[in-house]
Design a protein around this ligand. Structure first.
Ligand SMILES: [Zn+2]
Length: 356
């Protein structure tokens, strides 16, 4: 008798058009913050109801009120330039410029625990909360250092804030906290020598080392090659160049984008080398940047395939990525996102019966 195969979402769901309009209206100074907050609440409630209907055993708030998976901690902060930092180029040639810090100290404007508290009021199902990694936030410090606020001082503040973001989310009632580490493949693309990826892993491990063991048990890391306006930022990077460093991370749960890989079997074979102990490897079985709607049968086949490489006690399933990591990404409809999630849940259950 095998236990159930856990299945978890990554996080974001496309925002409804009325919320996108409310965000634009507020930015243009046409409406109050109160009106915007009401629109967020409506979208969160609606998203949670639809999430519950998918049968997913653990759900998220769809990140409806996050401006993006990466920038929520500093949004609205007075010591950041919104698009002054690292520029990420995607496969369709669009770019996303990350924020840049202009002065110290580095402090969060918004902790993920607030999202958990809000969502907790709307559902009794287990909640998962995604937070941004210390490694991505480390790119916010400018190349030319800030006078009176050294990179070392920034790094210490950063590690404290990310640790607080994770612990706070768990304390607020998240069952699992997922650290978004999409920049692992990106680090390899920016620095093929591998030094940057090593630095990224080291700073994230510094955060993990400050968590209590009971907390660390409930923390995982999501690795993908990007998902924005249906395109990737690091599609060409080989997982073989990334996995040895990623599995140095001192957490027990890993979520990988696999379904959208050109050769998913090759990635599964690579992952097989890292199956050990109580480690859980969640393989992506739906592809959020593809308009094709996976059926439960397709998912079932993907899970059965994954089980050939990854022992059942170590295997979980997930979506390859969030469905709209950046708040303004409306390339995927909510209907398609939820249909894919339903297929993931149903397909995982079907595979589980066969694998028993
Ligand atoms: Zn992702």
């Amino acid at each position: 008798m095998t236990s159930a195969i856990p299945t978890e979402p990554i996080g974001s769901i496309p925002r409804p058009p009325e919320l996108l309009q409310a965000v634009r209206d507020h930015a243009a100074g046409k409406t109050s913050l109160h009106t915007l907050e009401g629109a967020y609440d409506d979208a969160i409630k609606k998203t949670i109801r639809q999430f519950e209907a998918t049968g997913s055993p653990i759900i998220t708030d769809g990140e409806q009120s996050k401006p993006s998976f990466a920038t929520y901690p500093v949004a609205g902060g007075r010591n950041v330039i919104e698009s002054g930092g690292l520029v990420v180029t995607f496969s369709d040639r669009h770019v996303r410029a990350l924020p840049k810090l202009t002065s110290g100290p580095f402090r969060y404007q918004q902790y993920a625990s607030d999202y958990v508290k809000k969502a907790r009021g709307f559902t009794s199902l287990p909640l998962k909360q995604a937070v941004i990694s210390a490694s991505l936030l480390s790119t916010f410090y400018p190349e030319k250092s800030i006078q009176g606020y050294s990179r070392e001082a920034f790094t210490e503040d950063l590690i404290q804030e990310v640790t607080k973001d994770i612990s706070g989310s768990l304390r607020a009632g998240a069952e699992v906290v997922q650290v978004d580490f999409t920049e692992a493949p990106l680090a390899r693309k920016l620095d093929p020598g591998g030094k940057l990826l090593k630095e990224f892993v080291a700073i994230n491990n510094e955060v993990f080392s400050r968590l209590k063991p009971g907390e660390r048990e409930r923390v995982g890391v999501h690795v993908c090659k990007g998902g924005d306006w249906d395109s990737t930022h690091s599609g060409e990077v080989d997982y073989a160049e990334v996995l040895p460093e990623v599995f140095e991370l001192k957490v027990p749960r890993f979520y990988f984008a696999i379904a959208g890989e050109a050769d998913p079997d090759r990635t599964l074979k690579l992952l097989a080398d890292y199956v050990e102990g109580r480690r859980k490897i969640f393989v992506g079985v739906t592809n959020p940047i593809s308009t094709e709607q996976e059926t439960p049968e397709v998912v079932e086949r993907r899970v059965i395939k994954a089980a050939k490489f990854i022992d059942l006690k170590n295997l979980g399933t997930t979506d390859d990525c969030g469905f709209a990591p950046f708040g303004d990404d409306s390339s995927t409809s909510r209907e398609l996102a939820f249909a894919k999630i339903r297929a993931r849940v149903d397909g995982t259950r079907r595979a589980e019966k066969k694998l028993r």
